[in-house]
Design a protein around this ligand. Structure first.
Ligand SMILES: [Zn+2]
Length: 378
């Protein structure tokens, strides 16, 4: 669910050292409150007003308090019930996402002369002038590797509807200013994927090696949410979304070499984290953690368990991807197609998990324990 608004994979500060606790637990909440759910409308074309500007978009969901609209640029907006009569109106016609050329012009106007907008096949990369092709190549390569990896494992991947936007700010300070401008409450990160505006943001103010893993993690989120591997408007368990983010951190996973040796695909930081905090020789302890992870996202919200949550999420998804490809595809295909804004209750999460994986938590944890025991941490 964390990824419903914003990746909580904001674990890596510039130094690549201490992970960072999310600044605000609020940001993992739904865009539309699920307790007042009535998502019975058929998506229809609307015009809606943000500030003084009218845009057209698709009205996706209606709750008692809010309407959720997606703009032609792929941004998600909520219009409160009290504003609805003067800020939203139905129109006839067909929803046409912004073209790459159109969006490129908008981004040029938004970011000004100090930035250039580079178009690649799947991306529009906004970066300070004169930074060359390193970032555009990296984002494009990450996305292609992601799609390739998923397709080979039977995960349903569709063509994205909107050009993906990656914004590279000149340094960390400029990135925090940009994050604040978008109203996102977070601090000390090397990059993020913001679901609301469907953008990845990072900065070019340090050594690439120190932020590259984070950028690959965030890029995987963007690919997943744009290719239908996750839904942008439903409640997907964090162990699924963050497991995917963590999986794509190793260089080999995003460099077109994901077909090489397993040892290169391993997220070694996660292996170390697991061994430091969980007694991986004790399957019963592993099962307690796995059980909690499947039932709830609370391990991701607690500062004392968040690091372990990411590592465990990684191990669960990586185990499935490597050793039980059918279950890996099933869990993604199933969670991506759950209804929008329906709270995914703890008991149901467990029922679905056991059905997809075909065993109970104890048996799964035993297999996971044996798998992790053989993985390298260095
Ligand atoms: Zn993440």
């Amino acid at each position: 669910m964390a990824a419903a608004i914003l990746c909580t994979g904001l674990l890596h500060n510039e130094a690549g050292g201490e992970p960072v606790t999310p600044a605000s637990p609020e940001r993992s909440q739904h865009l539309v409150s699920s307790k007042t759910l009535a998502p019975s409308i058929r998506p229809g074309l609307v015009e809606f007003r943000i500030g003084n500007k009218w845009q057209s978009g698709l009205h996706l969901i209606e709750s008692q308090d809010e309407s959720l609209v997606i703009g032609r640029d792929g941004w998600l907006h909520t219009i409160s019930r009290t504003e609805k009569s003067e800020s939203m109106r139905s129109v006839t016609g067909k929803f046409l996402p912004t073209t790459s050329v159109e969006l490129r012009n908008q981004l040029r106007a938004e970011f000004g002369r100090e930035f250039e907008v580079i178009a690649t096949q799947n991306f529009l990369v906004v970066q300070p002038r004169g930074r060359g092709s390193r970032w555009p190549k990296m984002f494009e390569q990450c996305h292609r590797s992601f799609v390739n990896y998923m397709e080979r494992r039977g995960v349903k991947v569709r063509e994205g509807r909107f050009p993906m936007v990656a914004v590279v700010l000149p340094d960390a300070r400029a990135m925090y200013d940009e994050i604040a401008r978008l109203g996102i409450d977070v601090s000390r990160v090397a990059g993020l994927y913001a679901n609301k505006c469907n953008r990845v943001m990072t900065h070019d103010g340090g050594a690439l090696s120190s932020i590259a893993a984070t950028v690959r993690h965030e890029a995987a989120h963007q690919s997943a949410f744009n290719c239908g591997v996750h839904s942008r408007v439903n409640d997907t368990p964090s162990w699924v979304t963050e497991g995917i983010g963590q999986m794509f951190e190793p260089t080999a996973m995003s460099s077109g070499r994901s077909g090489t040796r397993l040892v290169e695909r391993v997220n070694k930081d996660s292996v170390r984290q697991l061994r430091e905090t969980i007694d991986m020789d004790d399957p019963a302890e592993v099962a307690r953690w796995v059980d909690r992870m499947i039932r709830s996202d609370d391990l991701f919200r607690n500062p004392t368990t968040i690091h372990t949550a990411y590592a465990l999420a990684w191990s669960m998804m990586f185990y499935l991807a490597e050793r039980d490809t059918d279950a890996f595809a099933d869990i993604l295909n199933f969670t991506a197609t759950r209804p929008p804004f329906e709270t995914y209750r703890s008991g149901q999460r467990m029922i679905d998990f056991e059905r997809v994986v075909g065993s109970d938590v104890r048996d799964f944890s035993n297999r996971l324990t044996r798998f992790v025991a053989d993985l390298p941490a260095k």
